[in-house]
Design a protein around this ligand. Sequence first.
Ligand SMILES: NC(=O)c1ccc[n+]([C@@H]2O[C@H](COP(=O)([O-])OP(=O)(O)OC[C@H]3O[C@@H](n4cnc5c(N)ncnc54)[C@H](O)[C@@H]3O)[C@@H](O)[C@H]2O)c1
Length: 405
Amino acid sequence: MAKQIKIGVVGCGYWGPNLVRNFRSLPDCNLKMICDLNEQRLAHLKPLYPEVQGTTDYAHLLNGAGLDAVVIATAVNTHYPMAKASLMAGKHTLIEKPMACSSAECQDLIAIAQKKGLVLMTGHTFLYSPAVRKIKEIVDHGDIGEIRYISARRLNLGLFQKDINVAWDLAPHDISIVLNIMGEQPETINCRGSAHINSTVEDVTTMCLSFPNQRSAIIHSSWLDPRKVREMTIVGSKRMIVYDDVAPLEKIRVYDARVERPPHYDTFAEFHFAYHYGDVYAPYVKQEEPLKTECQHFLDCIRNGATPLTDGNQGLEMVRILEASSESLKRGGSPVELASRLNGEKSVRPFPGRPARLAVPKMVASGVGGQKFSPPADPKLRIKIQVNGRQGNGQQTNGHQADAR
Ligand SMILES: NC(=O)c1ccc[n+]([C@@H]2O[C@H](COP(=O)([O-])OP(=O)(O)OC[C@H]3O[C@@H](n4cnc5c(N)ncnc54)[C@H](O)[C@@H]3O)[C@@H](O)[C@H]2O)c1
């Protein structure tokens, strides 16, 4: 067996324990050390992983454990200083989403990783989800035709964050999926929102990403909704996909439905023929925890010297969009062009109260990829459907997967 990769995880609050559980389960990984400023969090995890060392001192994790790689799951405003220290110490580094608080910080991390020949990866977990990979396959195969628009809703009574608004917290999941499906960057971003609970942090936002050829994506994010909703609709010229990540089974449904404008019509009945209603089918989606695939991918990239699917550049693209959304929020929702930022516009930290501390490559990991999707030719073979706790221990919470908030 190949030498195990020695890993340390910093941040053992809500999400870190899920990373700890997954790295701990992978045979080619030796999870050596976990770190959190909060001793209670370390004490909570100790009985679950007695062989893993715990420390409150990040410098000790970086220098005292002989690690190959570091995984950062702390608050967003600490990502940059911690990741910089990790890269400077010569460690491959996986940073949770969003990668940093500004595009300048992301660029700096990318440059350091490049200079030192280290893997830099961001935790855009949904790109490792079998459901999202299936959707990508269906879209790339041309089954739904040209994408017209995507709408996404990610709502619940949320885990309120102090340092970032709901767009920076929840929308990265939807943005990463949208960019993956659209296969290109948006031209402009509009974002509107309101702050109901903490007057300086928006808890409800609606973001619109406008793409070339009149394509768009609307992303609604809220910490103030009674129901947990994780839903995305992809409207194509031939078919439409509805992705419900909360559904235990049949997370994806493909609707053979479309509207075709008839060239001429004299009556309302004739106009109605323009609506096409066909079958609805639910393609098979493998049950596999996305975070486990993500963790394995990080190890594979370290071992093979490969570029991760969600590398530093993807982290940067995401942060550029989030920065533009914050700017648009400030301007009352007016459009902010992304191109101007790509052309060297100075990036500013969008949350000024805080101290200034401390293009998609092909995936190489095993277990990622798969058969091309095409709906069964025989309609009878399709699965038809009638048309008409704040901090965890990282144990699985949502059937087969960690509960990405
Ligand atoms: N990929 C996903 O699906 C997903 C889901 C949830 C959260 N996240 C991301 O994970 C990150 C952490 O989120 P969370 O909800 O777990 O936050 P959290 O506040 O619950 O936990 C953060 C932990 O980091 C510790 N910490 C902070 N500074 C530290 C330092 N200097 N040294 C050591 N420990 C330190 C805190 O004590 C806390 O326990 C965020 O970036 C968030 O966006 C990702």
